[in-house]
Design a protein around this ligand. Structure first.
Ligand code: SF4
Length: 290
């Protein structure tokens, strides 16, 4: 059996990937909206354990096309540690077409451009980076631990190393008070990075987090579907990301949107306007999930 510690998360696009934990948890683990790794203390798994999981996967699967390296911040391990993992994957799974991982801004920024390039050459194809918001006040309030500029710099380093970049942001994170600034600054940060993929989720509470407690105790207002649609419209009206694939078709979103920027921007804006006019139904709360 492959060894998994605690709950394991992966981006929707890694649904059919082999997942192996290179690290446990998230090195930051302090974002107020996030419940993903709260029960874990961050650590880098010893190489022997990681290799044993890959050996087991080789015995279990005849063909492995994609591999996702978990947990929340797999790239936080030293470059040489990650390089050894990637060399082992190359040796064991020559058929594997794509290796990806989450990468916090810090995990990218502490590496040199040469190290990132080496990891790409060894097979690391894409990094999933959480921007959450391009607005520094929103980032401060959610305790992201990074400024928008730092996150953009990390994204640009990933791209300069030759890797693809997938960036996630979250509608509703600034509540109504910061909604417009959140939308415009997020559009600006995305436009600077021009990631290959942009995923827009919508804030949703499931398990207890500090932000959920703020909401329950009246300190945080959770935006309704109309307000979220209006915010998303502002974001799309300000974005300039030629060629980026934009998706807001996650179970947390009230209105499904998918298209290639900038070509499909107007069609997506028009869908949001229709939702605001009541011509498209919002996803009901009962069907929303993270
Ligand atoms: S960096 Fe990502 S995984 Fe870590 S606490 Fe923040 S949102 Fe959660």
């Amino acid at each position: 059996m492959i060894h998994y510690e605690g709950r394991v998360f992966r981006p929707p696009s890694e649904a059919y990937s082999l997942i192996v934990q290179v690290t446990i948890g998230c090195s930051h683990n302090k974002c107020t909206f996030c419940d993903m790794y709260k029960e874990k203390r961050f650590r880098v798994r010893p190489l022997e354990e990681v290799k044993a999981d890959f050996d087991e996967a080789r015995r279990m699967y005849r063909r492995v096309d994609r591999i996702f390296l978990a947990d929340g911040d797999a790239l936080m391990c030293r470059a040489e540690h990650m390089a050894e993992v990637l060399r082992y994957i190359k040796k064991l799974f020559p058929e594997c077409e794509r290796v990806t991982s989450y990468g916090s801004p810090k995990s990218v920024l502490v590496k040199t451009p040469e190290e990132l390039k080496m990891l790409h050459e060894l097979g690391l194809e894409m990094i999933y980076l959480g921007l959450e918001s391009g607005n520094d006040e929103v980032l401060r309030r959610i305790n992201k631990g990074e400024t928008a500029d730092e996150i953009v710099r990390a994204g640009l380093m990933v791209k300069e190393a030759g890797m693809k970049l997938s960036v996630t942001c979250i509608a509703g994170l600034g509540s109504t008070e910061l909604s417009e600034a959140h939308a415009i600054d997020t559009a600006r940060a995305l436009s600077r990075m021009k990631p290959e993929y942009i995923g827009l989720l919508t804030l949703l509470f499931e398990l207890e987090t500090p932000l959920m407690r703020d909401w329950q105790e009246g300190r945080f207002y959770l935006m309704n579907p109309v307000e979220i649609a209006a915010e998303t419209l502002i974001l799309l009206e300000h974005i300039d990301c030629e060629g980026s694939i934009f998706r807001a078709n996650h179970a947390s979103n009230y209105v499904n949107l998918a298209g290639t920027l900038n070509r499909d921007r107007e069609a997506m804006c028009s869908r949001l306007r229709q939702a605001l006019d009541g011509k498209i139904k919002f996803r009901s709360e009962a069907f929303r999930a993270r």
